[in-house]
Design a binder for this molecule. Sequence first.
Ligand SMILES: *Cc1c(COP(=O)(O)O)cnc(C)c1O
Length: 371
Amino acid sequence: MFVERKIKDFINIDPLQTGGRLTEDARRMLVEWGDGYSVCDFCQGNLHEIKKPPIASFVEDLSEFLNCDVVRVTSGAREGKFIVMHSLARKDGVVVVDSNAHYTTYISAERAGLRVVEVQNSGYPEYRVVEEGYENAIDEGERIGEVVLAVLTYPDGNYGNLPDVKSVVEICKDRGVPVLLNCAYSIGRMKIDFEKLGVDFVVGSGHKSMASAGPVGILGMSEEFSRLVLRRSDRFKDKEVELLGCSVRGVPIMTLMASFDHVRERVKMWSREVEKARWFLKEFESLGFELLGERPHKHDLLHFKTDKLYEISRKVRRGGYFLYNELKKRRIHGIKPGRTKSIKLSTYLVSKEDLRIVIEAFEDILKKFDL
Ligand SMILES: *Cc1c(COP(=O)(O)O)cnc(C)c1O
């Protein structure tokens, strides 16, 4: 059976997808290494030490790219978070997280048997993480147990807000709490310097932001914590327990590797992407929509409150799906079907010409329904 993906030549503004589209090299790699366990042809026992294909040197390049002591390839950002939480977990353990955190942060904590204390955000319309809130949250965590980790989402997947990492790190360091920075939406888009940020752990997502087929991600950590997190099995002396002996033993790691040169170059263009996002949001707001999230905006993920679209949806027969259908007719993909109260989109690596088409499409749709 072969199933065609029918949106291939659409303009794609799905925030989940703009940073994960494959390079041509990655697409070729996908076919070349698609057979099961093909990356293991010459494995001596550890994925990150394989020399043919050159995974070992790739993992070294990754740690240089992140300016981070130790890196492992995981199946995604969530697996990275779980690995860290599970390693640090103890009875009555608590994780402090920003309230813009991704659902997988909560689920990782749940799976690791950790309780969660949230740092509130500033609420409508900017929903900023209140960095100083980590102080109180750690206090609260200490009252109910022992705070083993703080997580900061950088940026979050709802508003694209980039909080001030250093002030969170300062508070947490003072309290002796390690910090995990969730960079699912940043590593591969913008420069992330582990040392400079002063965090203890970082996770990234290959299929979200590194032009890779998933599931694949990366986990970076300090030398100090690697001794705990990458502890080896008693029985199988080579095998790292938290990785269950081996993580991405298949083609996704080959696509990550194939796109890496491209990714390394594209992060240098980040300021242009931010500029483009700001241009788009200004144009989009002039249609009567309102940005939710911080200003000035520093990321390509944009969330708009779209009252006008919601009003239309209440009048038309197809309800919320009218928007999806109107956009589909115009060959635009990426707005969640059924959604009209607010919409999320990404301008990342979408050309200005295409973004203009998107803006005009929305303008056209508003006109068509006479609002
Ligand atoms: C997408 C996303 C994730 C999940 O990434 P996976 O690699 O699929 O696990 C985690 N956190 C944030 C903030 C995200 O946006």
